[in-house]
Each structure stands twice: as C-alpha cells, then as structure tokens.
Design a protein around this ligand. Structure first.
Ligand code: C5P
Length: 212
C-alpha cells in the first residue's frame, strides 16, 4: 500500500507521515528533505540557488545517508529548497528515487507537495493536510526553539506564506490537492488527533475497497 500525504509548509505532514508509517509497519520518506539536501549542497559549495547546472548535479549526487543532517531542518534550507524545487530538471532527476522508494515492499508513506499528483498518482490513499498559517507558524517557531535556535514567530509566518505562494504558483508540480485526495484540517488537532483522523480516512478507504 502507498499512502501519499501532501500539504503546505509546517502543516504537520512530516510528523503524520512518520506516525502512520510506524502504525502500519511501512517505510517513510519525507520528500522535503531531498530538496533541502540539494539546496544545502549548493549553499555549502557557494553556488547560487538558481544555478540550474549546479542544482542538477547536486540532485544527481544525492546521498540519502546525509538526510539526517540537522542543518537541513533550518529555515534557510527550507527556503532554499523551495527555490531549487522549482527547477524542472531537478524534479525530473529526483522522480525515480521517490518512485522506487514508494514501490519497494512492504508499503510506504511519502509526504511532500506533489506525491498524490505527480510522484504516486496511483497511491492507494491520498491525504492533503491543511492548517491555519498562524497555527503552522506557532508550531514551527516552537520546534525551532526546542532545537535551541532563535525564532521570531512573525518572521516564520512570513516565510511560510512566501513559501506556500512559491510552491502553489510554480508551473511544475505545484502544491495542490489531487482530485481524489481527502482533506485533513489539523488546525485544531494535536498530533494524536491528526493521526487518528488520518487512520480513520485510510481505514474507510480500505473498507470501501474491500466491499467494492
Ligand atoms: O516540506 P518541507 O518544508 O521540508 O519542504 C521544503 C521545500 O521543498 C518546499 O517548500 C517545496 O518547495 C519543496 N518540496 C517540493 N516537493 C516535495 C517536497 C518538498 O517541491 N515533494
């Protein structure tokens, strides 16, 4: 089974993806990390984030062993990711890695922006997570502070809004719900509540399928 989770920045899809993978015994891929890793490679080597040739090269040299690097979690890496991810050839290079991850048994949960629309259009269940931008900014700020980073909530909110706009309006693989995605608004839900709501959706889809 493939579960696709999409949604805007800091909507809680990463935590949800991890928890669902654990619940079902599947593997989990936070696809945002891939774009963050490409951006970080460019930042480290002093390249411009819009340098297409360098970005494509970084995508080709992607090393999943480095996905755990805490530097990928920063706001700068997220902002950089939203710039490199708009380069069509970068997305093309990263497509197979993601599809292969999804196809390997026993099943997978992928979260990102275009999982249900482009990467896994045939996913068994698609969930599009939304949350009020102010709630997302508050959560991101708390997370950053918990990691010992300084974070200004108003700046985080501005970053989230800017990133959402860029992700929604890019011509390639824009952020949008697949036509057959279930909407999950977790503005008022805590982590447990969000996980329960997602499991309810997944189980309802499965039950419908086995009846069908
Ligand atoms: O989800 P996260 O904040 O880690 O994503 C960072 C950026 O990577 C997003 O703003 C988006 O531009 C890009 N991204 C994407 N497609 C995905 C996942 C992330 O374009 N599947």
């Amino acid at each position: 089974m493939i579960i696709a989770i999409d949604g805007p920045a800091a909507s809680g899809k990463g935590t949800l993806g991890k928890r669902l993978a654990h619940h079902y015994g599947y593997r989990h891929l936070d696809t945002g990390v891939i774009y963050r890793a490409v951006a970080y490679a460019l930042m480290e080597s002093g390249h411009d984030l819009r340098d297409e040739a360098a970005a494509v090269q970084a995508a080709l040299e992607l090393d999943p062993e480095k996905f755990g690097n805490p530097a990928l979690k920063t706001q700068a890496a997220g902002e950089g990711a939203s710039i490199v991810s708009a380069i069509p050839r970068v997305r093309e290079v990263l497509l197979n890695f993601q599809r292969q991850f999804a196809a390997d048994p026993p099943g997978a949960v992928l979260d990102g922006r275009d999982i249900g629309t482009v990467i896994c259009p045939d996913a068994d269940v698609k969930i599009f997570v939304v949350a009020d931008p102010r709630v997302r900014a508050r959560r991101r700020t708390m997370e950053a502070r918990a990691r010992g980073e300084q974070a200004d909530e108003a700046a985080v909110l501005a970053d989230i809004i800017q990133r959402d706009e860029r992700d929604k309006n890019r011509p390639i693989a824009p952020l949008k719900p697949a036509a057959d995605a279930y909407l999950l608004d977790n503005s008022q839900l805590d982590i447990e509540g969000g996980v329960r709501a997602a499991i309810d959706i997944i189980e309802a889809v499965r039950a419908g399928r086995s009846r069908g």
